[in-house]
Design a protein around this ligand. Structure first.
Ligand code: CMP
Length: 143
């Protein structure tokens, strides 16, 4: 799958009232919103989502941050979605993100970095199904 990716507008994005501005940038870059909702992750759900990072020193802080308030997962569609979305958001560390990227514009730190983007087509498929059921995706968008 190379035409879909999962974005999460993280709790800092929601708290700073930036949902609209970030979604605008995403749509202006040519991404189509397939599905979108607001959720508050439970610790178990956040740990499952970020399982790949469970041995990292920042894991507990990451789970605390991602469960600190609501976030907005968005299933996105575009040709070359994963790579193009990662270019649009910029480096994980906002001090290293290119000018004009979403993280350069809005993010505070390597942890509170406004937005998540899938890192491969395979992970995008898994991550979309972390937040949206097959039934929901079918009902919303005819997947
Ligand atoms: P994300 O792209 O969602 O993938 C993993 C997340 O962990 C990352 O964004 C940051 O929010 C966080 N993260 C990654 N590296 C670090 C780090 N060195 N220190 C703290 N948090 C990090």
């Amino acid at each position: 799958m190379n035409n879909k990716t999962l974005a999460i507008l993280k709790p800092d994005c929601v708290k700073k009232n930036l949902i609209g501005q970030v979604v605008n940038k995403i749509q202006d870059a040519g991404f189509k919103v397939n599905a979108m909702k607001m959720v508050k992750l439970t610790p178990d759900s956040a740990k499952g989502f970020y399982e790949v990072h469970k041995e990292r020193p920042f894991f507990n802080d990451l789970i605390a941050y991602m469960t600190s308030g609501p976030c907005v997962p968005i299933a996105l569609e575009k040709e070359n979605a994963v790579e193009d979305f990662r270019k649009l958001i910029g480096s994980t560390d906002p001090t290293k993100a290119a000018d004009g990227t979403i993280r350069k514009l809005f993010a505070e730190s390597i942890q509170e970095n406004i937005v998540h983007g899938s890192d491969s087509g395979e992970n995008a498929a898994k991550e979309i199904l972390h937040f949206f059921s097959r039934k929901e995706l079918l009902e919303i968008n005819g997947f």
